[in-house]
Ligand binder design. Structure first.
Ligand code: ZN
Length: 192
């Protein structure tokens, strides 16, 4: 960024801040008298910040029985005109953002699990058929192809902490085992 561009950026952000401060004074009177109520409301849609922007989460502030709502983006504009409320709003905003991130993570994990469960069943079923047949053949004293042999006697299911990695692993395994099972049945027949 050039010096002028960076200066222009600074002027814009100062202007933005001043505009908001003036606007807050107009709406709230003396902004320093207002307090954060400790309440955030998830309005989904149709809610507005005191600056006029559409917002989803309304941080409720009050003074003298009056209640107004502020959006997350405007919290910073209280830094000079009400430092105390700014601090409590900032904490509330951080807490909310953490909760949202946590909820997103959980939803993602749930989604992964709904894919993992049937895939693990498929994986187990494939291994079971191969294992059963190979063990039978070995009991009969017959040799089997090396890839079948290692799948039954050398393969150990890996474990993963990350669900995404586990899902990928299972997908790769199932892709490998499916044709292996078909090949086995074609060559050695189904388990007795
Ligand atoms: Zn706003």
């Amino acid at each position: 960024m050039s010096k002028i561009a960076s200066l222009e950026g600074k002027i814009n952000s100062v202007e933005k801040k001043l505009w908001h401060e003036a606007n807050f004074i107009q709406v709230l009177g003396d902004p320093s008298k207002w307090e954060y109520t400790g309440e955030v409301v998830d309005c989904l849609r149709g809610a507005y910040c005191i600056c006029g922007h559409a917002i989803r989460y309304r941080f409720l502030i009050s003074y003298n029985g009056r209640i107004e709502g502020v959006g997350s983006e405007c919290i910073n504009h209280f830094q000079n005109i009400n430092p105390e409320m700014f601090e409590s709003l900032k904490l509330a905003d951080e807490k909310l953002k953490k909760e949202i991130a946590e909820a997103k993570k959980k939803a993602h994990e749930l989604e992964l699990n709904t894919k993992i469960v049937p895939l693990k069943e498929e994986y187990d079923a494939l291994l079971k058929v191969i294992r059963t047949r190979v063990v039978q053949l070995r009991k009969e004293g017959r040799y089997v192809d090396y890839d079948l042999y290692i799948t039954v006697y050398r393969h150990k299911t890996k474990e993963f902490v990350r669900l995404g990695s586990y899902l990928k692993y299972l997908q790769t395994q199932v892709e490998y085992l499916k044709p292996l099972k078909d090949k086995m049945i074609e060559k050695y027949g189904i388990p007795q």
